[in-house]
Write a protein that binds this ligand. Sequence first.
Ligand code: G6P
Length: 603
Amino acid sequence: MCGIFGTINGSDAAPVLLDGLGRLDYRGYDSAGLAVLDKTIAVRKLGGSVDALASLIRVRPAEGRVGIAHTRWATHGAATSENAHPHVFDGIAVVHNGVIENHDAIRTRLQQDGHEFQTSTDSEVLPHLISHHRRRGQSAVVAVQSALGEVHGSYAVAVLMEDIPDLLIAGRRGSPLVVGHDEDGGYIASDPAALAGYCAQYAALGEGALALVARGAVLVMDQTGAAETPRWQQVPSLTTVRRTGAGAHMAAELAEIPAAVAATLAAADRRVGRTGLEAGGTVLLTACGSSRHAAAIGAHWLEHWAGVPTRVEIASELLHRPTLLAEAAHLVALSQSGETADTLAVVRMAAAASVPTAAIVNVAHSQMAREAGTVWPTLAGAEQAVAATKSFASQLAVLARLSLDVAEARGTLSPVEAVFRRRALERLPSWLGQVLDGVDHDALSEAVKVLARARTALAIGRDIGAEIAAEAALKLAELAYLPTLAVPAGELKHGPIALLEPGVPVIAILIHGPTLAKQVVSLEEVAARGAGLILIGDDAALTATHGIAALRLPLPPVADAVAWAALPLGVGVIVQRLAMMTALARGLNPDRPRNLAKSVTVE
Ligand code: G6P
């Protein structure tokens, strides 16, 4: 995580850096800072957002035509202005994304040489280490190479030096970094989308590569130090939008779900050939956060329609299960950003074990999209709120479609039935529009009131409902800071039922089907303990619970042919909206919850 931006283009650097950082703050927003050079380096940084940094610069302008900037998600050290980047020592300013695992050893060694440190952050050792090598006679570039060569762990860095005002140095290993230039300027960024409007082409730096970025030119060296011809690619057009106001991004992105699902299904229509999943053997789905919840729902569909044995594993855990991975017939990774470090590491591990890989990914130019054997894209567009909404819905659209395609290829669904079911999926966008527009506002407000004053909550469901309960619990915890325990309804009686008492709301996800009768029994058990119930589901399911006192949030009616996919998607929309509104009712900004980042590029 952390966003890096650097510019050297002959114009006032600070506004360019602030603009770049504003496009990158999805990578972290604990603290922000920049360094610009005009004979000497001027630094402005604070524990706070990019907007706060912009306000600081209005009060204390920073002049210079070359500079580097950083928006941070803290790994080592609190989100304070001292710990914010850039770190500067001896006329050398550095911004860093990644984790320096051996920073303690480097610090101790440098301290013995007389270096004094201001912070306990891993990143602060970098300018000291570069200075150490320069003082021993190395040139600027060689000193950066030497310093980075000593680092264990991951890094993307941009370096600005007082005595070399016409050059920025960029380097990466593990963490992403791209460079670009036009006739007059040179740029560095964590994400090529941040370069839109500044240059037309970018090159992604390879593992261990170093780049010298000057006005109008970029020189790239590979990890051996040999000059390398950059592979130039088109900078994606600017898709991010500046929105102000708590929850403005999340509300807009929820409203964009129908369009995102429609675009994603249209892209799936253009797919040709078989998926590879029909070959037989276990399909392993892996992801983190909400993407994992989408995977878990998709696993039910793949098993139901195509009879494919499917496992879902959290990416960071799968990394410790090489046997499980090596035994899989196919690995499918799901990621909005396409750069979540844990998920990317699993893709690499699978490739190394010769397991075919596919990625369901939203950011087309991401590392995962580049590395996976096959890409099944979601076309949700830029998602800027930290919490997944339209990307989650789009992942479900891909998985629904994939389940039908695999089922047809395996013969568990006849071609006629497959065409019928595929066409039925086309009704999803307009129905999801009804879910968004037709929600019972009074019931929703009442549910929000209950959740906003609760100290803890439970979310229950069975079968696919249990997976959506997990998504509800994640969203309430991350956005509204409401500790919510997700429990498959059948497990309630094996422990979590002890938590029930008046004032502990229980959200129950209800989708009609064979498990409904059993779930009604669980609801009776909850009601008998005086806990308040919030029921979210389709009409048929809610009708079956009419004897139980509860707040009800029903979905609009949906055609049978598509209900299997529509209902999980629809309930997902409602729980995400509920969590957003609960956050707002608690005075929180659901777009930028504390301690989180949208793109998690450290393991
Ligand atoms: C972060 C975000 C979550 C997201 C998860 C996985 O934790 O806050 O909203 O679901 O990363 O991200 P990915 O980009 O891989 O889907």
